[in-house]
Ligand binder design. Structure first.
Ligand code: DX5
Ligand code: ZN
Length: 217
């Protein structure tokens, strides 16, 4: 496999009492640190916000990949752009996607649009030329440790076809249920960035676990 896969371990499954130590465990193999921001409205769970993102910046040079699972993301994007290389906003969470994508890019941050498992990739046809990436949710957002939804593979394939046929180069990030059993078909379908929460941080040796994925299929 020649594809250069990027890994974005999610601290959602890390031990928050020792976050600095947890980050060190993945630092040699992580391309990003994935920050799952949940507001208890867009998803039925609450996690953390900007303060944790700022703490991350103090303990690692690895760029932050912020995934905003919040209602009204327009309230938060400017602040998250200050600490992130990527900011993902959900298609389902805003009435003004184009406006918000432009605002993220004006902040010199990569603008990704995330879609829930039920949202067809065809709905992205008029935004994909403006984004740096699409984050395909392969579980229902809100919790770590869920099982990969197999139909997601069709969505990744379709998105890859749309990318090729339109001559675009946005990245495809896949989030949810990624582990050593699921990652190969995901890469084959066209994914460029893999998010891994429980697989990375709940394994005995996070660096070794992530290295398996880094080698590709
Ligand atoms: C789920 C989050 C994911 C989560 C993935 O809502 O967006 O990033 O951390 O966790 P795993 O890899 O355990 O499915
Ligand atoms: Zn996520």
């Amino acid at each position: 496999m020649t594809k250069n896969v990027k890994l974005s371990p999610s601290i959602l499954s890390a031990d928050f009492a020792k976050l600095g130590e947890e980050i060190k465990k993945v630092e040699n193999v992580a391309d990003y640190i994935h920050l799952d921001v949940m507001d208890g409205h867009f998803v039925p769970n609450i996690t953390y916000g900007l303060i944790i993102g700022e703490s991350l910046k103090r303990v690692t040079e690895i760029p932050v990949d912020s995934h905003l699972m919040v209602e009204r993301p327009e309230i938060f994007v400017d602040d998250f752009c200050k600490i992130s290389e990527i900011v993902s906003i959900h298609y389902e969470a805003t009435y003004h996607l184009n406006r918000l994508v432009n605002r993220i890019k004006e902040n010199e941050t990569k603008a990704f649009v995330a879609i829930n498992p039920h949202t067809p990739v065809e709905f992205l046809q008029d935004i994909i030329m403006d984004v740096d990436g699409i984050l395909v949710m392969s579980v229902n957002p809100g919790f770590g440790g869920q099982s990969f939804i197999p139909n997601t593979l069709n969505k990744i394939r379709k998105l890859d076809e749309m990318r090729k046929s339109m001559g675009l180069s946005f990245e495809i990030e896949v989030d949810g249920g990624i582990n050593e059993d699921t990652f190969k078909p995901v890469l084959k379908a066209g994914a460029d960035i893999l998010v891994t929460g429980s697989y990375a941080f709940r394994s005995e040796n996070p660096e070794a676990a992530l290295s398996v994925l880094k080698k590709g299929s």
